[in-house]
Design a binder for this molecule. Structure first.
Ligand SMILES: Nc1nc(=O)c2c([nH]1)NC[C@@H]1CN(c3ccc(C(=O)N[C@@H](CCC(=O)O)C(=O)O)cc3)C=[N+]21
Ligand SMILES: [Mg+2]
Length: 358
């Protein structure tokens, strides 16, 4: 196979040994980039103004509540306590614990909160965590060298680069550098590609997608043969969730900012997963009566009364959904804590694979 190195990469990688070393940990060659398949010159993200979505006043409690609230917080606590006991068994039997390394670049308040929650959960579970905080204006080389030392470190079983990264950094190049065996976020394109392809198995499944499915399974929702609509196609949430639902034999439609009549398509779904970050996008009349609604949206709004000066709101008009759906996840307390539980679960699995524990 011919490997065509990118210009910049060739320069920074003069010796064969360094190149081989990178390939060993990388498993994903940097090939020359192709032009986009379709033009991406127009905005392809949901913004509050990008569609003619409904601005009519919210109907608070006008229907009787039909929906059960899926308690992601307590389900995640159950999962984390199970992980904690596996970790302590591991420690007793071989004297090792799983280790997670987190790289956080910049000062985004929401990213800081998520990372803090992840580190706190590691402590609860007995997982060792290492955190590298880098300034907003840090160079790509700084991140790549942090990654390479985590890739080499045998006491680290999981590596996570918190997203989004500052604009000047090449996210693709950085995520390609995360060792496939330590890619507990599942964002290495080989993991995503294997998730998408039939007959292949990814080493790790992205945490948010796994968390959504886990919520469905633990709430007794059947997925096989059901019509699922996923709103949003981000690499970290919408896309992997749609792939995983399809693996569970759902009939999946993916909606995005250019979709026509998203309300009508969503109203046909038995399972609705929404991950776009537009508050109140999904109104009551978007939902089929009895639908199950998983809200991945995390839109931060100012809230001086809360501990860190802001709080998260989801994509679903919660008050209206309560009167139409059969089950709904709240924000906060729904998918967010499950994402963290799945991160710990992936990190434990990674350590078990290294130490050959079943
Ligand atoms: N490389 C990477 N991996 C990620 O997994 C990743 C990421 N980048 N970038 C951003 C999204 C978002 N995300 C959340 C994690 C925890 C909560 C969470 O803990 N939420 C709590 C409350 C949060 C709060 O206290 O404000 C809840 O919903 O109850 C939310 C969202 C992970 N993400
Ligand atoms: Mg319409």
């Amino acid at each position: 196979m011919t490997v065509m190195w990118q210009k910049g990469l060739k320069k920074s990688m003069p010796s064969t040994s360094r190149a081989v070393n990178t390939l060993k940990h990388n498993h994903c060659y940097q090939i020359r980039k192709s032009p986009p398949l379709v033009s991406l010159d127009f905005p392809d993200i949901w913004t509050p103004n990008s569609l003619d979505y409904d601005h009519s006043p919210i109907q608070k409690g006008s229907n009787e509540q039909t929906a059960a609230v899926i308690d992601g917080k307590s389900i995640s606590e159950e999962i984390i306590s199970g992980i904690a006991s596996e970790v302590s068994r591991m420690k007793e039997s071989i004297g090792k614990v799983p280790g997670l390394a987190v790289i956080l670049v910049g000062q985004r308040r929401d990213s800081q909160t998520y990372v803090r929650n992840k580190i706190k959960a590691c402590e609860e579970a007995g997982i060792k965590s290492l955190m590298t905080e880098l300034p907003e204006d840090c160079t790509e080389d700084k991140i790549l060298s942090a990654l390479s030392s985590f890739n080499e470190n045998p006491s680290i079983h999981g590596i996570l680069v918190q997203l989004p990264l500052p604009k000047h950094l090449d996210e693709e190049k950085i995520l390609n550098m995360v060792s496939l065996e330590k890619d507990v976020d599942g964002f290495n394109p080989l993991n995503m590609g294997n998730l998408a392809m039939r007959g292949r198995e990814p080493v790790f499944i992205p945490c948010t997608a796994k968390g959504c499915i886990e919520l469905l399974l633990r709430s007794g929702v059947e997925i096989m043969g059901k019509k699922a609509v996923v709103i949003g196609r981000s690499n970290i949430a919408g896309l992997p969730t749609s792939l995983l639902l399809q693996r569970h034999h759902a009939t999946v439609s993916i909606l995005h900012a250019l979709s026509k009549n998203p309300d009508q398509i969503t109203r046909q779904a038995d399972i609705v997963v929404t991950a776009v970050g537009v508050p109140n996008l999904v109104r009551g009349h978007w939902l089929k009566p009895g639908a199950v609604v998983i809200d991945v949206g995390t839109y931060p709004i100012e809230d001086p009364s809360s501990e860190f000066g802001y709080r998260l709101i989801g994509d679903v008009c919660y008050e209206e959904a309560l009167g139409v759906a059969s089950a709904v996840t709240p924000v906060p307390g729904g998918v967010g804590p499950m994402t963290i539980a799945m991160l710990l679960s992936n990190t434990l699995d990674s350590a078990k694979r290294v130490y050959d524990i079943t």
